[in-house]
Design a binder for this molecule. Structure first.
Ligand code: UTP
Length: 295
């Protein structure tokens, strides 16, 4: 398929499951260890070779734009205090000038609508979509794995990352039907949003990483409302699947739904335990807490 150069990050949601933490602060700025969720996801896109990072923001989300900019006062203070290592660490994260764009979704009308708000910036080429509240922990990021695996697919292919969940939980997710399989990639026969256990075509769910063709934006432009009165991404993908191939990709790594409290807390534990600078002390603290709770 054609190279994927652009990625869109929808960050305009209200984050109601995290109130009051998200009353004045965007959910996407909640830290997993010492990096905001959005930084983890941008890192993943950068590792996959993405060159243009497009953020769909909303009211009260200005701090996300600031996060990807220089902070001269802070830099000066760090310099005066000889904190060269932290300064270097901060500078590593700065995007290349001109490689970020920010557009606004004026009302949170749904994920599909957020993606559509980026249409002028996305243009007519395939693009990646990464949901910032989903983290996938693996040495090779999920999007890079998808792009590696997509090389031999047709130019009009759409790819969605999928993972298995227990059958009892399929009713909370978008679920895909499995067709012909080649290794971790398979053709998708159908997609159903939040099916009952009986109606679910499999127990493979959409995980928050997509490579999509620009034709999706035209479908989203029809502004058709789905569940909850929102413009749903899955509804538009189901329509696009009538004319273009969709593939599912079973990635390596563990995903965390950081939009939920349990997923977010689990991500913090898992990412902290993977950090050699803090893992030994953190492990000891956890053991102590668990010991005290069990008593
Ligand atoms: P979620 O539905 O998980 O996020 O959307 P939310 O609505 O912010 O959270 P809750 O359910 O109220 O707690 C997944 C991603 O899509 C973005 C969100 O910011 C989040 O990163 N999103 C969602 C938008 O940008 N616009 C929308 O209209 C909806």
């Amino acid at each position: 398929m054609n190279p994927v150069r652009k990625a869109v990050f929808p960050v305009a949601g209200l984050g109601t499951r995290f109130l009051p933490a998200t009353k004045a602060m965007p959910k996407e700025m909640l830290p997993v260890v010492d990096r905001p969720l959005i930084q983890h996801v941008v890192d993943e896109a950068r590792q996959a070779g993405i060159e243009h990072f497009i953020f769909v923001t909303g009211r009260n989300k200005g701090v996300i734009e600031d996060h990807f900019d220089r902070q001269f006062e802070l830099e000066m203070t760090l310099l005066e205090r000889q904190k060269h290592k932290i300064l270097e660490y901060l500078n590593q994260d700065l995007p290349v000038p001109g490689s970020t764009s920010f557009t606004r979704q004026q009302e949170p009308l749904g994920l599909g609508h957020a993606v559509w708000c980026a249409r002028e910036l996305l243009g007519r080429e395939p693009f990646a979509l990464l949901l910032p509240d989903v983290l996938v922990q693996h040495q090779r990021g999920c999007l890079a794995q998808m792009i590696d695996a997509a090389r031999d697919l047709p130019a009009n292919a759409n790819i969605v990352a999928v993972e298995e969940v227990p059958h009892e939980r399929v009713d909370q997710y978008g679920v895909v039907g499995i067709g012909e399989r080649r290794g971790k990639m398979f053709s998708i026969t159908n997609m159903v949003e939040k099916p009952t256990k009986e109606r679910a075509p499999s127990n493979l769910i959409l995980t928050g990483r997509y490579i999509l063709q620009p034709d999706l934006l035209e479908i989203l432009g029809r502004q058709e409302r789905g569940t909850g009165g929102e413009i749903q991404l899955t509804d538009a993908m189901i329509q696009l699947a009538r004319t273009q191939p969709f593939y599912g990709f079973q990635f390596d790594g563990r995903s965390f739904d950081c939009g939920s409290k349990i997923g977010f807390l689990a991500a913090n534990v898992s990412y902290a335990l993977a950090r050699s600078d803090i893992a030994p002390e953190f492990r000891a603290e956890i053991k102590k807490i668990l010991g005290e709770v069990d008593d």
